[in-house]
Design a protein around this ligand. Sequence first.
Ligand SMILES: Cc1cc2nc3c(=O)[nH]c(=O)nc-3n(C[C@H](O)[C@H](O)[C@H](O)COP(=O)(O)O)c2cc1C
Length: 383
Amino acid sequence: MAGAASAINISDLRELAKRRLPRMVFDYIDGGAEDEMTLRRSVDRFDDFEWVWNSLVDVSEINTATRVMGQPNAQPFFVSPTAASCLFHPRAGELATGRAANAAGVAYSISTLASKSLEDIAAAAPDVPKFIQVYVWKDRGLVKDFLARAKAAGFTGCILTVDAVIAGNRERDPRNGFSIPPSVNWKTATQALARPGYLMDLARSPAIAPANFEGVDTGGRDVMGVINELFDRTMTWKDAEWMAQEWGGPFAIKGISTAEDARRALDAGASTVWLSNHGGRQIDTSVPVIDLLPEVRAAVGAGVEVIADGGVRRGSHVLKLIARGASSVALGRACLYGLAAGGEAGVTRALDIMASDVERLLGLLGIPDVSQLDERLLRPRAG
Ligand SMILES: Cc1cc2nc3c(=O)[nH]c(=O)nc-3n(C[C@H](O)[C@H](O)[C@H](O)COP(=O)(O)O)c2cc1C
């Protein structure tokens, strides 16, 4: 297979990423918690739903546009927040993804643990909606400053992630001797030496660190240590309410999994409910999001934005989530495989693949506007 531009599907980008990255870095993207049941089942579960379609509908014009956190978005999908993108593409990291999202007209959400500054990312993606994801530091002053800086830089939405107050048990990482930033030891050295191109990029690029918290003394902890020791495990709905007020704009709670919590999120001041199991990286054997959507949609009503993510590798997966009640869908690994495979061009390819899948399938389904898609065209697989 040649470069990222010639990838036919997301699985091709994954293969390219695997060839480009040292095993420990690839496994950090690709892996999940414990036996990786949630990770696998979230992808496989899409196959248990099958389409019927509308015949003889004029599909010469197809509208794929949606709104995400109240903002216009060219597709029913956008980019989910993921930590430390410079690990996957040492030179450009989040800037590469931001540029690709900007060209595709889709929103970009960045992690608390982003490896480029908010301001540089905003400059890389000037034309699309941008959201910040927040993990809550014990020191609330850090959170307040982060929110204020994000607002000043033009970020319009804030996402509070609530399914990762404790880091999940991702067994590939200790097996590979992996940490962020990577450290050199007998386990990691051979993996790194097997990927000289990546090593050269890493050597020529700034050290990988949470770029928006440069002044914070992390006591030499790696990212898992930061999550487990410097983020606040005492967080409750009261704190979510505080953050929603502090932000004062579109606010999502990410990592919701019950109808009851979806309603509580709205009561706490969230405008958007985000169903997620963190890409199978937290609780293993958690219920795939596609199964939760109908009950959550029924609980919050038709007018509330519900975002869904997890296991999305094809445009058909995006549309199945929409048909089951999601307003829009966030892409995690699909973009990360692209980023690792080819930087900006790789993310562009991932977003192009998804966009053409979505447009083609809407046409085949006889749905000229994605807003018309609902559960009537999707059936649980018989037998
Ligand atoms: C490598 C990696 C890092 C991630 N980092 C974060 C993060 O910092 N904050 C967050 O809210 N979610 C994070 N996520 C979860 C994603 O936002 C998203 O929920 C998940 O990847 C969706 O599943 P998918 O990768 O199968 O599409 C991360 C996911 C991956 C794969």
